[in-house]
Design a protein around this ligand. Structure first.
Ligand SMILES: [Zn+2]
Length: 110
């Protein structure tokens, strides 16, 4: 006994998890405190990561899908900086809107 994975999580840790799957274990600290402490730039970068997989040409640290910087030319992580913060926010909003519209269209067609 005692090796249940949920054993050390209190009942009040059942915080509503966002429908995001964070591959990065560090961003997944219990209680979401590290998430709250993350800078907005880091959060936006993460959202872009979730939105789509980074695509670079292997030489420049720029994602071809969204046009934002990535951590490195061959990285799979976006890197939003202060300068692109507003643009990243808009980009993500537009992306979410498109997705919702697609979803509605699909739901109607079936
Ligand atoms: Zn991208």
């Amino acid at each position: 006994m005692g090796d249940q994975p949920d054993g050390d999580r209190g009942p009040n840790q059942a915080a509503p998890t966002e429908a995001e799957d964070t591959p990065d274990a560090a961003a997944r600290t219990i209680g979401g405190q590290s998430r709250a402490a993350m800078s907005e730039d880091a959060r936006l970068s993460e959202k872009l990561d979730h939105d789509h997989a980074v695509e670079t040409n292997g030489r420049m640290a720029v994602c071809r899908r969204c046009g934002f910087r990535t951590v490195a030319p061959e990285s799979d992580r976006h890197l939003v900086s202060e300068r692109y913060r507003a643009r990243a926010r808009e980009w993500l909003e537009a992306s979410a809107r498109t997705r919702r519209a697609d979803y509605k269209r699909n739901a109607r067609d079936t």
